[in-house]
Every structure is written in C-alpha cells, then in structure tokens.
Design a protein around this ligand. Structure first.
Ligand code: HAM
Length: 535
C-alpha cells in the first residue's frame, strides 16, 4: 500500500468542516480590516529564501525542499552529443572502471597523445575539477608509462559555460575544459518549495511594482508551506499557514507603530472570533539593522570564551551570524545561551521609542501581552517588533503564530524602500488548539430525500434539486432502498429531517417529513418545504 509521505497528511471530513469554518471566519475578519488575498506560487527560485530568510537559519540551512530543475538537458544528453561529434576521431570507452577503486570515469579517449579521461558536467563547479584531478592521479599511478590528461566537457550557450574563475582553477590543476556549443541550452535552475510566504509576497510586490500605487498593500494568504523538519505533534513537513502582510512606502504610513498595533489587535480579534481561548501574546523588539550589527558584535565577543563547549552549529554561527546561536535547541547549550547579552540592551533611541509606542497602543486597545526578550524568531529579515502567540493546548510546539516587522526586506531583494509587518498562523496548530478545547464541527445536512419504490429516483432528484436551489442542503437516497435502509442512511448523514418521496406523495405534491430526533411526522406541501426545513 502506498502511504502519504512522512510529515504530510490527508485532511478528511469532519475535520475539514472545522478547517473551512476557520478559513471562512478569517476571510471575514481580513475583509473588515481591508486586507485582500494574494496567491503566490508554491515554489520559487531558491535564492529568494536564502537572501531573505537567511543562509544561517535552520529553515534555509537544513529544512528546505530544494532541487535542480534541469529542464530537458542532462549529463547523459551532453555525453551523447559529444559522442556524435567525436566518435570517428579516436576510440572512446564509456563508464570505465578506475584501477583499484570503486569509481568510474565517464569516458576514456585513446588519442595519439595518450589517454584522455573525460567527465561530462552540465553545471561545472570547482568540485568537478578536484574530482577529475583525483581520478587522473589514480590513473597515472596505475599507468606510469603512458601519458594521461584529464578534461571536463561542459555545455556552452548564451547562459551557460565555464566561468573565467573555473578556467583558472582548472588550468592551475592541469585540467582541460572542452565546451560543446548548444544554442538553446539553459542551465538548470535551483528551485525550492516555499518554506514560508513572506518572501514570495515581497517578491511579488517588487515584481509587479505595487509600490507605484503609493498606498499600503494589505495582503493575506492561505496555503501550504514546506519544511523538512522532524515530524511530531504540531510539526509537519507540509503544513498550512494563514498569513497577512502590510507593506508600502513610508509615506503611506508603513513604518508607523500604528501598523504594528493594528496587526496585533486584528490577531486578537481574529483568534477570539475563531473561538480560541487563553492565547498568550509574547512581544519583543529586535531593533534595526544597526542595532543588530552591534548586538551581533556583542554576542560574538560574549561567545568567544564559551563557544568551544557548544554544538557544531553554534560554533559555526558564532562566526557567521551570532544571532542564530539563540535558535539552538540543544539542551546542553541552553545555560550558556541564558547568560548571553539581550537584544533589548542594544536598541537605539528611535527603535526604543517605536516599541514604546506599540506597547502604549496595545494597552489602550486592551490587548494583553508579555515581553519576551529572548524571542528573536528564526528568520533573518525581522526588524523592530517581533511577536508570537502561544497556546497551552499544543504541547512542545506551542506557537500558534509568529510574525513581526521586516523594514529592510524589500531592499535586500533589490526592491524599493518598503517597510512591512506581518504574521503567519500555523493553521494545523490553530485547529489542534481548537480541538484541544473540545471544538468539533460537523456541518449537518438539513434533509435526506428518500425515494420509495421503483421509478421514484427522478422525482426525488427533482425535489432535492428544488431544495438545494432554494438554499437548503439535502442528501439523497435511492429507490432500491427499503424504508428501513433509507432511515439508516439518513441517520448516518446526521440529518434532522427525512422526506419520503413515494407514489402517493408525488401524486398529491405533498410529502411526509419526519423529524428524526423527535419522531414527529407531518405532511408538507411542496411549496412550503423549504420554509419548513428552516424551522
Ligand atoms: P514562522 O514562525 O516560521 O514565521 O511560522 C509561523 C507559524 O507557522 C508558526 O508559529 C507555526 O504555528 C507554523 N509552523 C511553522 N513551521 C511549522 C511546521 N513545520 N509544522 C506546522 N506548523 C508550522 C513565518 O513563517 C513568517 N513568514 C511569518 C511572518 C509573516 N512574518 C512576517 N510576516
């Protein structure tokens, strides 16, 4: 049996009724706050995420589903083309085993000047040069008397070929490069299933010149995201986010602390309306780019005497991006992390003032929060306000949602200055939290139409059609069912009423309607049926 892949799952009824109700509620809330939907592609150029979320984050360094989209061109096609062009020039053997090694070389050409070892590479990197140089050295030591050279065969087109850097690197190691001209060859592109949606929204904002409108863009999205995390309750490899972003030029008010307060107040309203109780808002400010640079320097210094006791990731991050040391989950590293400086001590005056304003407005709005100075969020693009809402019903993965400001993100993706703030709710976790409160929703069908006897299917279909067109929900039995089976089917469907469609009913245009809960049965004329069901 083929099963759903680890970390993914099927959403089935009746759970999907609850998912749909949540989505309908949030769409209603978004509309009242003047947010409009954006749908971006599920996969994007890998660079979009490495440049925005950050190379050193867990998401980019460990969790992305990334692949090379090679188009229609592969190394075996390159080999075939090369073969057609060279077959008659000298004898060539393909996939030749290396002496005293498990490795093979793509081809060996027996030329007048000795053996030529050949590897075919569609995307030539330095590692290919190193690899073939090693093969040549093995070959040489086993054939000391015959001359041997090594060559990388690569495609040449307008958009592909060996870079000058690669040529220098290769020639320093005595490796030849041969280019096969291919007019329409496009190098493969690295693509990634989106691990989050903010980067895609900002890319779309830049790509479509939405800044030209001069107003705030208030955009929301609902859709799947993908991270290769270790699956557990509340943590999946395909999960769903409900997110929103406010982004625009500073002249439209995008930098104002009022945006932060508006977003947080909307979230409080949204969670109240979907029925989540006892959520907890944790708030922090991670400052602007300058504050972060000073904080990173302070962290770097504070880590020097202790970092050798920490995990390998921390040791690397201490050098490359010290802030990300705070994301470490290793229990042994936590006491060290606890003692590191806090970002709040490094905020400059405008950032402090911005945060104070946000807090003041939240208090005026009666939105409760707690300050959590350790919360720096696992994505690099954040500036100033960051936040998470947690819920006790979730266990270890307690964050229902996370978000914050990203004032420099657009510029870092070569866009205009466009400060922004947003959030993403983990929809799977929101549903789990609602279910932990005992929330279960089954949308019950209002009536079950039961044809009784041969020839009654089309009459029942016609009646069901009228009810459905008038806005009532109806399910349908079959004329082959005996009355008992129709009642059982109606009960399974969870309906309140069963409507019998027999020969007499059709002749009288009046139907027997039975309330399954009370057992009460009445005759209702066709014209009054919809109204009766609404009672
Ligand atoms: P994030 O904190 O990485 O932020 O994710 C937001 C929420 O998505 C988390 O709080 C959690 O509820 C849910 N989530 C994350 N990973 C998983 C997973 N593997 N399984 C189930 N749920 C998960 C962002 O994604 C930012 N783009 C939010 C944002 C929008 N910031 C500004 N604008």
């Amino acid at each position: 049996m083929i099963k759903a892949v680890r970390g993914t799952s099927d959403l089935l009824p009746p759970d999907t009724d609850l998912w749909n109700r949540v989505e309908a509620t949030v769409r209603g809330v978004f509309a009242r706050y003047n947010f409009h939907e954006i749908r971006t592609p599920v996969f994007e150029d890998t660079q979009l995420f490495s440049r925005s979320v950050g190379e050193e984050t867990d998401i980019v360094s460990k969790e992305m589903f990334t692949w090379l989209d090679g188009g229609r061109f592969s190394e075996s096609t390159l080999a075939l083309l090369w073969r057609q062009q060279n077959e008659n020039r000298f004898p060539v053997e393909y996939q030749v085993p290396m002496p005293n090694s498990k490795r093979r070389v793509d081809a060996v050409a027996r030329s007048a000047n000795g053996d030529v070892l050949i590897e075919f590479k569609v995307r030539p990197y330095a590692s290919a040069v190193i690899s073939i140089a090693a093969l040549r050295d093995i070959w040489k030591s086993n054939h000391p008397d015959s001359p041997v050279t090594a060559r990388l065969v690569v495609p040449r087109s307008l958009r592909a070929g060996a870079s000058p850097l690669l040529r220098t690197f290769a020639s320093a190691r005595g490796i030849e490069i041969e280019e096969v001209p291919l007019l329409d060859f496009e190098p493969p592109q690295s693509l990634t299933l989106r691990p989050e949606n903010t980067a895609g929204v900002v890319r779309a904002y830049i790509e479509h010149g939405l800044d030209k409108e001069g107003t705030l863009q208030k955009l929301y999205y609902i859709g799947p995201q993908f991270r290769r995390e270790r699956p557990q309750k509340g943590r999946y490899r395909q999960f769903y986010q409900i997110g929103a972003e406010i982004i625009g030029p500073p002249s439209a008010g995008s930098e104002s602390p009022a945006r932060d307060a508006e977003v947080l107040e909307m979230l409080a309203t949204l969670l109240d309306e979907v029925g989540l109780r006892d959520w907890n808002l944790q708030l922090n400010s991670v400052g602007c780019a300058d504050d972060r640079a000073r904080y990173n320097k302070a962290l770097h210094e504070a880590l020097q005497p202790v970092v050798h006791q920490m995990c390998a990731d921390c040791q690397r991050r201490a050098e490359t991006n010290p802030l990300r040391v705070l994301d470490c989950k290793h229990p042994e590293d936590q006491p060290i992390i606890e003692k590191l400086p806090k970002i709040s001590e490094y905020l400059d005056e405008p950032c402090r003032e911005h945060f104070a304003q946000v807090r003041k407005m939240l208090e005026a709005l009666n939105v409760p929060y707690v300050i959590n100075e350790r919360m720096v969020r696992g994505l690099d693009y954040y500036t100033r306000t960051t936040f998470e809402f947690t819920h006790g019903g979730l266990g270890a993965q307690s964050a229902v949602l996370g978000g914050g400001r990203y004032d420099g993100l657009s510029e870092s993706l070569d866009g205009p200055k466009a400060p922004g703030i947003g959030f993403a709710i983990g929809e799977d976790r929101l549903i789990l939290a609602l279910q932990s409160q005992g929330e279960q929703l089954v949308e019950k069908v209002q009536a079950f139409v039961a044809p009784l006897g041969a020839g009654m299917n089309s009459h029942a279909l016609k009646l069901a059609r009228e009810l459905r067109r008038a806005g009532a929900s109806a399910d349908l039995g079959d004329e082959t069912f005996r009355l008992k089976k129709s009642f059982e089917a109606a009960e399974k469907a969870g309906t309140k009423y069963i409507i019998i469609v027999g020969e007499n009913e059709v002749a009288a245009d009046t139907f027997a309607v039975k309330n399954l809960a009370t057992g009460e049965q009445v005759q209702v004329p066709r014209s009054q049926l919809v109204e009766y069901l609404r009672k």
